[in-house]
Design a protein around this ligand. Structure first.
Ligand code: BTN
Length: 277
């Protein structure tokens, strides 16, 4: 009897993409990511990465589906339902401080998305500090990807950073829960025909790329993707609300805002947050 040809499922392609990208990276002496783990379903890749890191940096955990993902500021990241990419990278928190990690995550996610948008009809950019969004005439549209940085101690007193990145890939409008319908979008909805395997490959390579850039290089790169410059926004700093036109953002230091009196106010990036409208 003729042996049946194995059916290679989409999830197998995602798994293979992770393995082959790690195999390539681990031959390099400058690699920051050298171990990869794929899981079909998990609550949060952040927790799995912590449990499986062996207290060592260099691991990336990718989930086929994530059911209880965490977002920034105590929010939830919706169940990826096998349509998105959820990945956590374990990095050394001594090498990269939290601001550096947040910027690395933003640029890695931004480039991973733009790498995958070649055949797309839309463009994506970065909404400070690290949301990846569709670019619109008003600046920023629906969110395509998000970044979460968590820094935690190991049992030996070291500190490891867990850089979590979620990218919406293959969702269609019917796939979004009601509360996300107006604020979330996937690469497919933006016209890209990319598959999750390609997104995983690109994301890992882009995190490696971001790890090898200085804070200044990343900050300069950020300005290319910045969707807020030239738009009217509100920010909170020190309990006070500031509104005006964003003149520029240096993610490593300050937000420059032209206020109604015509003056330019400098808000420290570290302690300011954007009011989303
Ligand atoms: C945000 O925009 O609020 C951040 C979203 C971060 C989601 C990713 S998905 C992979 C990793 N695991 C999580 O539980 N969260 C991050």
């Amino acid at each position: 009897m003729m042996a049946r040809k194995p059916i290679i499922t989409e999830i197998q392609h995602v798994h293979d993409a992770l393995e082959s990208t790690i195999a390539m990276l681990s031959t390099r002496s400058d690699a920051f990511i050298t171990r990869g783990e794929f899981v079909t379903v998990t609550d949060s890749t952040q927790d799995l990465a912590r449990a499986h890191s062996n207290d060592q940096a260099g691991l990336v955990v990718v989930a086929g589906r994530q059911t209880n993902g965490r977002g920034r500021l105590g929010r939830q990241w919706a169940d990826t339902r096998g349509l998105g990419v959820a990945a956590t990278f374990v990095l050394d928190a001594k090498t990269f401080n939290t601001e550096h990690l947040a910027l690395m995550g933003a640029l890695a996610a931004h480039h991973a998305c733009t790498d995958c948008m070649l055949d797309a009809s839309a463009q994506v950019g970065i909404r400070w500090p690290n949301d990846i969004v569709e670019r619109t005439n008003q600046g920023s549209g629906c969110k395509v990807a998000g970044v979460l940085v968590e820094v935690l101690p190991t049992s030996e007193g070291k500190r490891l950073a867990y850089l979590g990145i979620g990218i919406n890939v293959a969702h269609q409008s019917r796939d979004w829960p009601e509360e996300l319908k107006q604020i979330a979008v996937s690469l497919h909805e933006l016209g890209s025909g990319v598959d999750r395997a390609a997104v995983v490959r690109s994301l890992i390579n882009r995190v490696q790329w971001a790890c090898s850039r200085t804070l200044e290089e990343l900050a300069a790169d950020f300005t290319q993707g910045d969707v807020l410059k030239g738009t009217y926004q509100g920010f909170v700093h020190d309990g006070k609300v500031y509104e005006g036109e964003v003149v520029g953002i240096d993610p490593a230091s300050a937000i420059l805002l032209r206020t109604q009196d015509g003056g330019v106010r400098t808000l420290p990036a570290l302690t300011t947050s954007l009011i989303k409208t």
